[in-house]
Design a protein around this ligand. Structure first.
Ligand code: CAA
Ligand code: FAD
Length: 380
């Protein structure tokens, strides 16, 4: 076993770090204040290949492994978690799902522009009354022969107004329960599809979160992903990969806050010495560094398992559960280390603390990750 990244990994990590520092950092505070989507930066990320990292180049992707994706997600998230959630949804929920389970026609039509970043996608599972309890879908997709008639409301959809393509879970056969759910590809602008209000959020304020309404939207049968009734399994399988992405986002938020805290600890002096030389601060840094390293190893392990064709459901859930908790703890401590300066926007750590919280909520709350992990352990 080697604990070394390859030359290619290091190159990708550096490219993501440079992009984050040069293109995302300037303006990140303003975008957060104004809840402004990083449109120009997302376009650049598409051009650099960060939006379809693991997709085969024949479909417009970068053809990289999941470890590269984890490394890039960490670097982007250190600076701007609003940009990295767009990256995570597009890569792991939308592109990966289409590449793994889509038809050749769906890949030609939708995956190519998504993977090359010409357009972005959204993943629509949650509803007002179906968040954690995701099988309780109220959105319906009634079979009308050559098309489905889609009706219902989705909540909290990332890239809600900025996406062009939406993967929408909906119930076709109520009697069949979760086996009666389908995933349909819906295009923006289809008649009866309305983008609802934008959410005013605690964190990741530059990201674009909306409710979506579907009223008698006609979706052609060829836009269903997989066999009839495969939609819930599709969502679960795709979310396993998504959780590796969000775990890496949490890791990045934590390591971004840690790097700022470390730098500040060497600069700020109290009682005649750098604050890092007070043991209380030094020990905080030691805990942060250790927990971040552990989170990174869990992320990389889950990515490695995915790349090697192993079942990574538990590993992805463990990475997300742990890394999101580390993100919360580390960002709170980073604010503490900055004292009063940590409480103001200029020093970035307060934003990272607000951004950290969402990693314990979306793509399955921490409680849901414990359900996934414990069921898997007990099954073993
Ligand atoms: N792969 C394949 N199939 C899976 C699976 C997986 N990882 N996990 C579950 N399934 C299957 C089960 O085998 C079962 O099928 P069978 O009956 O044929 O065996 C079916 O799915 C239903 O599973 P459960 O009986 O375990 O269902 P449950 O009601 O107990 O719920 C759950 C399971 C894990 C809690 C699930 O509902 C869940 O993950 N909830 C959280 C939802 C979530 O993560 N939402 C995220 C939305 S996207 C998002 O948030 C994006 C973003 O922010 C950026
Ligand atoms: P609930 O399910 O109502 O949970 C409330 C509380 O109860 C939580 O603490 C939960 O952990 C706990 N709980 C629930 N059930 C159990 C149980 N069985 N055991 C123990 N505790 C339990 N969804 C999408 O489909 N696509 C997106 O792009 C997307 N983006 C999002 C972006 C943001 C900013 C936010 C806030 C959410 C997003 N979501 C998205 C939705 C997100 O996945 C859900 O909010 C999340 O899954 C939790 O669902 P809920 O909000 O309905 O909470």
């Amino acid at each position: 076993m080697k604990f070394e990244l390859t030359e290619e990994h290091l190159m990708i990590q550096k490219a993501a770090r440079d992009f984050a520092q040069n293109e995302l950092l300037p303006g990140v505070i303003e975008r957060d204040n104004e809840q402004r989507f990083p449109a120009e930066q997302i376009k650049q990320m598409g051009e650099l290949g960060f939006l379809g990292m693991m997709v085969d180049p024949k479909y417009g992707g970068s053809g990289l492994d999941t470890i590269s994706y984890v490394l890039a997600m960490e670097e982007i998230s250190k600076v701007d978690a609003s940009a990295s959630v767009v990256m995570s949804v597009n890569n792991s929920l939308v592109c990966w799902g289409l590449e793994k389970f889509g038809t050749e026609e769906q890949k030609e039509k939708y995956l190519k522009p998504l993977a090359s970043g010409q357009i972005i996608g959204a993943f629509c599972l949650s509803e007002p009354e179906a968040g954690s309890d995701a099988t309780s879908q109220k959105t319906t997709a009634i079979d009308k022969g050559d098309h489905y008639l889609l009706n219902g409301t989705k909540n909290w959809i990332t890239n809600g107004s900025t996406a062009s393509v939406y993967l929408v879970m909906a119930q076709t056969d109520v009697e069949a329960g979760h086996k009666g759910i389908n995933c349909l590809i819906v295009e923006k602008g289809q008649e009866g599809f309305v983008v609802g209000k934008k959410e005013d959020k605690l964190g990741i304020r530059g990201s674009d979160t909306h409710s979506l309404m579907f009223q008698d939207v006609k979706v052609p049968k060829e836009n269903r992903i997989g066999e009839e009734g495969f939609g819930f399994k599709f969502a679960m399988k795709v979310l396993s990969g998504g959780r590796v992405g969000i775990a890496s986002q949490a890791l990045g938020i934590a390591s971004g806050a840690y790097e700022l805290a470390l730098k500040y600890s060497k600069e700020r002096k109290t009682f005649g010495k750098e604050i890092g030389k007070h043991q209380a601060i030094a020990f905080k840094l030691a805990d942060m560094a250790t927990e971040i390293e552990a989170a990174r190893l869990l992320c990389i392990k889950a990515a490695w398992m995915k790349d090697n064709g192993q079942n990574f459901d538990r590993a992805g859930a463990q990475a997300k559960l742990f890394a999101s908790s580390v993100a919360m703890k580390t960002t709170v401590e980073a604010v503490q280390i900055h004292g009063g300066y940590g409480f103001v926007k200029e020093y970035h750590v307060e934003r990272l603390m607000r951004d950290a919280k969402i990693t314990q909520i979306y793509e399955g709350t921490s409680e849901i990750q414990k359900i996934v992990i414990s069921r898997d352990i007990l099954r073993d």
